[in-house]
Design a protein around this ligand. Structure first.
Ligand SMILES: [Zn+2]
Length: 87
């Protein structure tokens, strides 16, 4: 499968799954609208691209997709603690 780096390509896919809008992830480059894609968290649905100004781009991240993607990419979770203003 290519140069072995293909799995590092992923696409955020806003979708409403079980009445919950969220930004999910599927592996690989952007697919044409309507092509079935498998979300990292499980469900399969047709790919759909949203314009940059569409509010779906601001939906919360699917926790399952995000966690599995970061684990797959071997990206550590970085905890950031910032002092509150005036503290
Ligand atoms: Zn998901």
């Amino acid at each position: 499968m290519g140069d072995g780096l293909e799995w590092r390509t992923y696409t955020w896919q806003p979708a409403v799954v079980g009445d919950v809008p969220a930004r999910h992830v599927y592996l690989g480059p952007v697919r044409p609208d309507g092509e079935p894609v498998a979300l990292v968290c499980g469900p399969q649905l047709p790919a759909r691209r949203y314009p940059l100004e569409h509010p779906a781009r601001l939906w919360r991240e699917c926790i399952s997709c995000g966690d599995r993607l970061r684990a797959r990419l071997d990206v550590p979770v970085i905890e950031v603690s910032l002092p509150a203003y005036g503290a």
